[in-house]
Design a binder for this molecule. Structure first.
Ligand SMILES: [Zn+2]
Length: 207
């Protein structure tokens, strides 16, 4: 049943231990110093390690349905991870990576009948309400889903700023928070542009 995983691991082992890249032995000897912290959805198609072709040592990762970040609460998995990344390590960019076709956002918009899931994703209701109030007349359901995906990434970024480790790193001018969306259909990576007030392909941004 786990054949695919074991075969994948054997390939990884060959590339990073046995074939002379020396990457893993080096990271073990020198330790890690990732520059990025990526908060992503649990969706198997938008895994940052895969879509960024990231080698070990590149980023710290945190996963949650819809890449939703709740407002700060002491003692959560995310609060501890951000503390470790920003206070005890030198992470320079925190990325909230949403994606199109997100099942979690669909559950939010279409009100899934599952208490366990809705008790987590309902924290993003505020974002959905903002979209409902500002959407153009005659907006299709698919467009509503897309706008909500974007709004939830922005809401998560705002919530991130309530974490003491993030607030401190921002005040010391040593971290950038980046709202990103992986557009799975078109194969594009988008970042929110504050000037244009919309998500645009990362290739059109200057930095
Ligand atoms: Zn998702």
């Amino acid at each position: 049943m786990t054949k695919k995983l074991i075969e994948g691991f054997q390939q990884f082992r060959k590339e990073t231990y046995e074939n002379g890249s020396g990457l893993m032995p080096r990271l073990i000897k020198d330790g890690q110093s990732p520059e990025y912290f990526i908060i992503s959805c649990i969706d198997s198609r938008s895994n940052p390690g895969t879509i960024f072709r990231a080698e070990p040592g590149t980023f710290f990762g945190h996963k949650a349905m819809g890449a939703i970040v709740r407002p700060y609460e002491k003692g959560t998995a995310l609060a501890a991870a951000l503390q470790f990344a920003l206070i005890h390590n030198q992470v320079k960019d925190v990325i909230v990576l949403g994606h199109t076709g997100c099942g979690a956002i669909k559950c939010l918009v279409e009100k899934i009948d599952d208490d366990e899931i809705s008790s987590f994703i309902d924290v993003a209701q505020k974002g959905l309400e903002q979209v409902r109030q500002t959407r153009p007349a005659g907006c299709s359901h698919d467009a509503l889903l897309r706008m909500t995906e974007e709004q939830i990434v922005l809401l998560s970024v705002e919530n991130l700023k309530t974490y003491p480790s993030v607030a401190r790193a921002i005040s010391e001018n040593r971290v950038i928070i980046r709202p990103w969306i992986f557009d799975m259909e078109s194969g594009n990576l988008l970042e929110y542009c504050t000037k244009k007030e919309c998500f645009i392909p990362i290739t059109e941004l200057k930095s």
